[in-house]
Design a binder for this molecule. Structure first.
Ligand SMILES: NC(=O)c1ccc[n+]([C@@H]2O[C@H](COP(=O)([O-])OP(=O)(O)OC[C@H]3O[C@@H](n4cnc5c(N)ncnc54)[C@H](O)[C@@H]3O)[C@@H](O)[C@H]2O)c1
Length: 314
């Protein structure tokens, strides 16, 4: 199968490209390297440093390759940048994504979209988990651009028979992650704790509380979903990629500190404006199709090993 991975030099996209290549697919990566790095690229994949906003160049490249599946991960993926520069966020996440969708329609490729459950559902009440049928309550320009492209996909399915799968990721962590994405706190804590530097737990509501609650899902589970979507074996259009388990920032800090095996200096910070207090997604649909998600302890251990190796002087 020919698989085009947009954003394949980034954190999640590079894992998808690597696994697709290992599964024997012919992989083409398109990435403008705005946050991605060539070091992330798996060996043997074809790479083109192209901006998806550049409609003609992207289209020509994709038409030559004629993918069977497009895994669309290229995005402006930072909530805080979207707040500062909503226009730029929409240019990449809406207009750039439309270029990807148009190509998918033109070559009759399946389109897998890396959407966000972590941001799209808004606040999730204590004790609850947002299912795929929960209403979208985007509270940031980033969540708006992702929700908007989801609507475009539904429209393209009607008007152009587009075959698509929306993967709504919770907060994805794992090797190669950068501090800017939705689960960036894992990368920040790991880097700082490995260097013996203090870390900060920002308040959920009041200074000194345990911090915001997130559903941390290991990157391997996002990859498994992409590979299954390429094969067309996922029976649903929209699927949460999550664990259903909420972890507070303080709990996460404690787990990482014990893995790093260094004393942690933890400071308390104020609540950051715009941070959701609690986001947990219901993974029932995902688990019925793909099995159980990776336990946090196992995923964090693998992630810690990678960051430890990365931080060693070469
Ligand atoms: N990390 C998470 O927890 C999370 C959660 C939900 C959804 N997502 C989504 O998953 C996808 C991947 O996220 P990530 O965490 O790996 O982020 P990332 O920043 O590591 O990856 C994004 C990649 O897209 C590339 N890119 C950005 N703008 C581009 C453009 N105009 N043209 C071509 N390439 C461009 C970047 O260089 C980067 O390599 C994004 O769509 C993001 O919104 C991530």
């Amino acid at each position: 199968m020919r698989v085009l991975v947009t954003g394949g030099a980034g954190f999640i996209g590079s894992h998808v490209a690597e696994a697709a290549s290992e599964a024997g697919h012919n992989v083409l990566v398109v990435d403008d390297l705005s946050t991605g790095r060539t070091e992330n690229l798996p060996p043997g994949v074809d790479f083109h440093p192209v901006d998806i906003r550049n409609r003609e160049v992207f289209r020509e490249l994709a038409l030559q390759f004629r993918p069977d599946a497009i895994s669309h991960h290229a995005a402006q993926a930072s909530v805080s940048i979207s707040v500062r520069e909503p226009g730029y966020d929409a240019e990449v996440n809406v207009l750039g994504s439309l270029n990807v969708a148009e190509v998918a329609c033109e070559v009759s490729s399946r389109l897998i979209f890396a959407s966000t459950g972590g941001a799209l559902y808004g606040e999730v009440a204590d004790g609850a988990a947002a299912g795929e049928g929960s209403p979208a309550r985007p509270l940031s320009p980033y969540a708006c651009s992702k929700a908007s492209f989801e609507l475009y996909l539904k429209a393209f399915a009607e008007t152009a028979d587009l075959n698509y799968t929306i993967l709504r990721y919770a907060n994805v962590y794992g090797p190669r992650q950068n501090p800017h994405g939705e689960a960036g706190v894992v990368a920040i804590f790991l880097r700082r704790l490995l260097r013996g530097e203090p870390i900060q737990v920002n308040a959920r509501a009041r200074l000194g509380d345990d911090g915001c609650v997130r559903d941390y899902v290991f990157v391997r589970d996002a990859v498994r979903a992409n590979l299954a979507a390429f094969e067309g074996v996922l029976e649903r259009r929209t699927i949460n990629i999550a664990t259903g388990i909420g972890t507070s920032t303080r709990m996460l800090a404690e787990k990482i500190a014990s893995l790093v095996n260094k004393p942690a200096i933890v400071r308390d910070g104020e609540h950051r404006a715009g941070d959701l207090e609690r986001s947990v997604l219901d993974p029932t649909v995902m688990t019925s199709m793909l099995g159980d998600p990776t336990p946090l302890a196992e995923g964090l251990e693998a992630t810690t090993d990678w960051f430890r190796f990365e931080s060693e002087p070469s």
